[in-house]
Design a protein around this ligand. Structure first.
Ligand SMILES: C[S@@+](CC[C@H](N)C(=O)[O-])C[C@H]1O[C@@H](n2cnc3c(N)ncnc32)[C@H](O)[C@@H]1O
Length: 462
């Protein structure tokens, strides 16, 4: 990248957004990890930080749509456009079509970015492309982008900026519930900013802090909605007993911890615990009931995050780092409850990881399904007779959800009894959940429940 000049006319928030978008394009960076670092380094005000977030996340989520608009305007495929210039055009297109930025600011600063990070000659090209984009409305561009496409899923993929295979997978997930008519609402929810949601670890949060946590969640009895606020101050003040956590993740942990009353001395295992969100909630529940939790995470850096998450609950919780597929041999018939929050495609959290949709492929589903099956079988062996297993994914892809549990049911037969997960959660939630499809399992959805698309299935070892 070329060094910036003292006289730069680019606003700091736009520069931060551009830097992150460019790092995502060129070095596979994760926007949700890099953006806070860059915002901090640039010392952005709260307002500018919010602007940088909207610019970055919005541009990355809608990248497929904007690329189509850019290529129609430039008269060439985006692969033929210089990378740094293309990223400046994407950022400009987002401001012109989806934000209320004045046209001249969106165009001028993007042209400046193209000149600074691309080449001097790129500025004329960028200027021409962005001015043409600004001359039509979003609705007109939507029509142009769809063009002659007649396949309904391909059309939705173009309009809602998702790879077509993901649109088909999401349709299949909704179809399994007889709710395929919700597909557009789901795709729109994937493109909206998620609210900041908090968990107050039960029995551990100071009552004064608990009273300041904002609106209680609709479903989770331990969750609060912070809206678009900054959670840093409150999480620090609470010494980790208040954490950022999606409401669906809370329900997944509570489905296991509240499936039946806790008996003192029970042994619980969180088999794939990193970075530790569900482990912290499970640990708080275990502590209150006199149970003991072992957390495990294969990747050492992520195991460290689990240790840090658990330190708010107790300093005595063991965090192991073994391969979960070996837990059956290592600890046969050892645990009363096991959380298997399996590594998955994460297609249920696309709104949170804006670039993720462009990095996944159907091959990932096949590879992860095989790992999920091995972890599942190992976890069943590690359950005591009568012990309960929660199989959870942050994906509504049926290959990772219903397909996975049906395959398990056929492998284990009468040795594994599916529990009525819906009935368990019905006793946990504050308001009834609108659920459909397979009666034993729970599939949550961003558009219907405001949560990530978590899948939860409980089983009992007979
Ligand atoms: C979906 S994430 C778990 C999220 C976590 N439960 C939470 O709520 O914060 C899955 C985790 O499994 C870990 N993992 C992947 N393969 C594993 C294996 N063979 N054994 C144990 N952990 C594994 C990944 O590193 C990842 O941290």
């Amino acid at each position: 990248m070329s060094p910036r000049t003292e006289t730069s006319r680019i606003q700091p928030a736009r520069r931060v957004a551009y830097d992150v978008i460019s790092a995502v394009s060129t070095s596979d960076a994760y926007a949700n990890l890099l953006l806070p670092v860059r915002i901090d380094r640039a010392k952005l005000s709260t307002g500018d930080a919010a602007l940088a977030t909207e610019l970055t996340y919005g541009t990355l989520r809608m990248r497929g749509f904007y690329d189509r608009v850019i290529s129609l305007t430039a008269g060439r495929p985006v692969e033929k456009i210089d990378g740094p210039v293309l990223d400046a055009l994407r950022l400009g297109a987002h401001q012109l079509l989806s934000m209320r930025t004045a046209d001249h600011a969106a165009v001028n600063e993007s042209v400046e970015l193209a000149r600074e990070y691309g080449s001097r000659s790129a500025s004329g090209f960028a200027n021409g492309v962005l001015r043409t984009i600004s001359r039509s409305t979003l609705e007109e561009w939507r029509e142009a982008v769809v063009g002659e496409e007649s396949d309904p899923d391909e059309k939705l993929a173009l309009l809602y900026s998702h790879p077509a295979w993901i649109v088909r997978a999401l349709r299949q997930g909704l179809d399994a519930e007889g709710r395929a008519d919700e597909l557009e609402a789901l795709l729109a929810a994937d493109n909206a900013a998620p609210r900041v949601n908090l968990v107050a670890l039960p029995h551990l949060v100071d009552s004064e802090i608990a009273a300041s946590l904002g609106e209680a969640n609709r479903y989770s009895p331990v969750g609060h909605d912070l809206g678009g606020g900054d959670p840093t101050a409150i999480t620090k003040r609470s010494h980790g007993t208040v954490r950022v956590q999606d409401e669906g993740s809370q329900l997944a942990a509570l489905a296991l911890s509240r499936v039946r009353p806790v008996e003192a001395g029970e042994r619980w295992l969180d088999l794939c615990a990193g970075p530790g969100g569900k482990a912290a909630l499970l640990a708080a529940e275990a502590l209150a009931g006199g149970a003991e939790l072992l957390a495990n995470e294969l990747v050492p850096a992520r195991a460290e995050l689990v240790r840090s998450a658990l330190s708010a609950v107790s300093s005595d919780i063991e965090v192991a780092e073994f391969d979960g597929t070996e837990v059956g041999e290592m600890h046969p018939a050892a645990f009363d409850r096991i959380m298997l929050d399996a590594p998955c495609t994460g297609l249920g959290a696309l709104r949170r990881r804006p670039e993720a949709r462009w990095r996944k492929s159907p091959r990932d589903v096949a590879e992860l399904s095989s790992l999920q099956a091995r972890l599942f079988d190992a976890a069943v062996v590690a359950l005591k007779p009568g012990g309960v297993l929660a199989y959870v994914t942050c994906s509504p892809h049926t290959g990772e959800t219903l397909g996975a549990v049906r395959a398990v049911a056929s492998r284990w037969g009468d040795d594994l009894e599916p529990l009525d997960t819906r009935a368990v959660l019905a006793d946990v939630v504050e308001h009834p959940l609108d659920l459909a499809g397979d009666p034993h399992t729970v599939q949550l959805w961003p558009h219907r429940h405001g949560t990530d698309a978590m899948f939860i299935a409980l089983f009992r070892r007979t």
